[in-house]
Design a protein around this ligand. Structure first.
Ligand code: GTP
Ligand code: MG
Length: 171
C-alpha cells in the first residue's frame, strides 16, 4: 500500500507536468515553505518563463533550500521535477542535512494539462509536446521513486488535499 505520511521536517518534491496543478497544491502549505522555480526565474531574469534562466534560478533555489534544511524547515519544491537528474540534485541536499524526502506526484491526465495551457500568456504556456513528455516522465518515474531515495511517495488526490488543508487550518 502507498504510504501517505508526510514527516515534519521534510523536503517535499512536487512532480508533475506543466498545468498538472502543482502550484495549486503548493498553496496548501504556508507560502514561506514553498520554493517555486518560476519565481526564482523571475528573480534572476525578470521573466518567470525565461527558460535560459533555469540554471541560474535552480542555483539560487538550491541555496535557499540549503538554508532552510540547515534549520530543519519543511520545504516544498514547486517545479516539474520530472527528470531524474533534477530530483537527484534535490535528494543530495536533503540527504546532506538528514531531512527525509517525499515525492508528491501530481499525475493529472496529459489531455487536461495540455488544455490548461490555452488560457495562459504566451510567456507561460508550455508547448503540447513538452507537456506530454513531462506527463510521460511523471508516470515512468513512479515505480522508481523509492529506489531514488524518497522515503515516502504520495499521490495527490482529493482526500490528501483535505488532509493538508485541515492540517494548515490547525497551525
Ligand atoms: P506549471 O506551473 O506550469 O508547471 O503548472 P502547475 O502544475 O503549477 O499548475 P497550476 O497549479 O498552475 O494549475 C493549472 C491550472 O489548473 C490552474 O488554472 C488551476 O486553477 C487549475 N487547477 C489546478 N488544480 C485543479 C483541480 O483540482 N481542479 C480544477 N478544476 N482545476 C485545477
Ligand atoms: Mg506552477
Amino acid at each position: 500500500p502507498l504510504d501517505t505520511t508526510i514527516p515534519d521536517p521534510a523536503l517535499i518534491v512536487l512532480i508533475g507536468a506543466a498545468g498538472s496543478g502543482k502550484s495549486t497544491w503548493a498553496r496548501t502549505w504556508p507560502s514561506t515553505q514553498v520554493l517555486e522555480l518560476d519565481q526564482f526565474r523571475a528573480m534572476v531574469s525578470d521573466c518567470a518563463g525565461d527558460q535560459s534562466a533555469t540554471l541560474a534560478a535552480a542555483t539560487v533555489l538550491h541555496t535557499a533550500l540549503e538554508a532552510r534544511l540547515a534549520r530543519k524547515k519543511t520545504t516544498v519544491i514547486d517545479a516539474t521535477n520530472t527528470e531524474a537528474h533534477v530530483r537527484a540534485g534535490l535528494l543530495d541536499i536533503a540527504r546532506s542535512y538528514g531531512v527525509p524526502a517525499v515525492a508528491f506526484l501530481v499525475s493529472t491526465p496529459a489531455d487536461v494539462c495540455v488544455a490548461r495551457q490555452t488560457g495562459r500568456s504566451p510567456a507561460r504556456a508550455v508547448p503540447e509536446d513538452v507537456v506530454r513528455r513531462q506527463h510521460a516522465e511523471t508516470i515512468a518515474a513512479f515505480p522508481h521513486l523509492r529506489a531514488e531515495g524518497f522515503a515516502h511517495v504520495v499521490l495527490a488526490d482529493r482526500v490528501h488535499r483535505l488532509e493538508l488543508l485541515l492540517r494548515r487550518a490547525g497551525d
